[in-house]
Design a protein around this ligand. Structure first.
Ligand SMILES: [Ca+2]
Ligand SMILES: [Ca+2]
Length: 131
């Protein structure tokens, strides 16, 4: 799960990676309830309408536009999903167009880093420091 204010209303919302099922985005209604809006916002599936195996997720404003984006890890044969927040209640599936992609499964402690369009497909994970 990841937490962020995906619609900039001041209330923390929840995104849930959901393995091979459609992913969930729970919008905080501000009264102790949440509404699941993944299908309406575009974060439940890939751009082709397919499910993917959401394994883990993080929420951060990757492009510094003031709107929280969502990155979700997946299985080795799948792209990691990057959902760029459009700032209007919807997200763009930007895994390919942003040049964010995954070539191999990250390590458990792996850190996913952006790749440029000219970067060849190599895993760019870091390992924890030796102790
Ligand atoms: Ca919110
Ligand atoms: Ca953003």
């Amino acid at each position: 799960m990841s937490f962020g204010d995906f619609n900039n209303d001041g209330l923390t919302d929840i995104y849930m990676a959901n393995d091979a099922f459609p992913q969930f985005l729970f919008r905080n209604n501000g009264d102790g309830t949440f509404t699941e809006e993944a299908p309406l916002t575009g974060v439940g599936y890939t751009e082709d309408g397919n499910t993917f195996s959401g394994m883990g997720t993080d929420a951060v404003d990757l492009d510094n536009d003031g709107f929280t984006d969502i990155l979700t890890t997946a299985l080795p044969y799948e792209y990691f999903s990057l959902f760029r927040n459009n700032g209007n209640g919807t997200f763009e599936y930007a895994s390919v167009t942003s040049s964010w992609r995954r070539s191999r499964a990250p390590t458990v402690a792996g850190v996913f880093t952006p790749m440029t369009s000219t970067t060849t497909a190599k895993t760019r994970c870091s390992s924890p420091p030796a102790t």
